[in-house]
Design a protein around this ligand. Structure first.
Ligand SMILES: [Fe+2]
Length: 353
């Protein structure tokens, strides 16, 4: 029986930059004419959010938040190295990168031989990456086409009709995959583990209307006929994770399963008028995760996801399904990196075999 590691982390795009998430979006949203009046004045914000705002408009919070995330990336890499995987499956969302008007699968496994990306080449002038690397820096990662194909075939055999691709339609490395790998090599020692990207249409009904982004103007919330069909249901992702654990346990690969996503995203959270993330609901999900109470996760409805800005949580549900299958394994370590002012709270967890 092959061993399986579960790991949860974030691919938060602002962490790629030298300054991190500066809460600029929140400040911008405060002057949106359609923002409910109680959000305009920090005095009326939830208590923990006011504390983060402090008397420096969140300046100290955003710096501390960035430092905590960098520490967590080093911690995640240590866990991965201690496990020594033959294969790393990264669960990430495709945000209008390959899933576009020309085709939107629910799930897609990329069966490539290798991946490359030049993330700094397309950044606007004035952008500084966190490592001060040259604009033409190329990242190259190993993959495992044979393993990826075999996993797709086995999942289809179990009734989970995943799409598969041998080449990118548009973007070779969607940000959820690329950022995860770039962050896991924070200290630039190299990352040689073969990677299998597992992409999901997390953004569902808002994928095409928001072009993979979020609501940043309250006059432009998509509705009615503008909406797409939904992404896959939480229970389906959970059950796919269960099936994948059975397949991998019987395989020849020692596999690390990585959930890559921040939790409630402010720009997707209907319940807070897209102003701040739903941190209280995140806390409930975190408590359930720590307790190994995965039913809360599996039973999440589409209405829950859209109210709480939990679209990207689907990336975590696959791994929790796998952990449920492996004797309801609970995380040995988990931490909640809370933030009301940046776009999302983040969480990290490890489920060692
Ligand atoms: Fe994402």
């Amino acid at each position: 029986m092959a061993e399986i590691l579960g790991l949860g982390m974030t691919h938060s795009p602002p962490l790629m930059s030298a300054q991190g998430d500066t809460a600029a979006r929140l400040r911008r949203m405060m002057s949106d004419p359609l923002l409910p009046p109680h959000y305009r004045d920090p005095q009326h914000w939830p208590e923990p959010m006011r504390r983060e705002w402090g008397n420096d408009e969140g300046g100290a919070h955003v710096q501390r938040h960035r430092a905590e995330l960098i520490d967590a990336m080093r911690w995640a890499r240590k866990e991965l190295d201690a496990f020594r995987p033959d294969l790393v499956i990264v669960f990430g969302d495709d945000q209008y990168e390959n899933f576009r008007e020309d085709g939107v699968p629910a799930f897609q496994i990329n069966c490539f031989d290798a991946f490359t990306a030049k993330p700094w080449a397309t950044k606007p002038p004035g952008y500084h990456n966190a490592w001060d690397e040259a604009p033409d820096t190329e990242f190259r990662y190993n993959a495992n086409k044979r393993a990826a194909k075999e996993l797709a075939a086995r999942l289809i055999g179990e009734g989970f009709e995943v799409a598969y691709a041998y080449e990118p339609r548009h973007d070779e490395m969607p940000h959820a995959i690329l950022n995860t790998l770039v962050f896991l090599d924070w200290d630039r020692r190299g990352f040689d583990y073969p990677v299998v990207p597992f992409l999901t249409n997390c953004y569902g009904r808002q994928l095409i209307p928001l072009k993979g982004g979020g609501v940043n103007d309250l006059a432009k919330i998509p509705s009615g006929d503008d909406l797409d069909p939904p992404g896959p249901a939480a229970w389906r992702c959970f059950d796919l994770g269960r099936a994948l654990a059975r397949i991998l346990e019987a395989s020849r690969w020692r596999t690390a399963l990585i959930s890559s996503a921040s939790w409630s995203h402010s720009f997707l959270t209907g319940k807070t008028s897209y102003f701040h993330p739903d941190v209280e609901t995140d806390r409930r999900y975190f408590a359930a995760l720590q307790a190994g109470d995965y039913a809360l996760w599996r039973n999440t409805s589409l209405a829950d996801i859209e109210a709480h800005g939990h679209q990207e949580m689907l990336n975590w549900i696959f791994v929790l399904g796998a952990m449920a299958e492996l004797g309801n394994r609970k995380p040995q370590e988990a931490f909640f990196v809370e933030s009301w002012l940046t776009n999302a709270t983040k969480a990290f967890a490890v489920f060692r075999p």
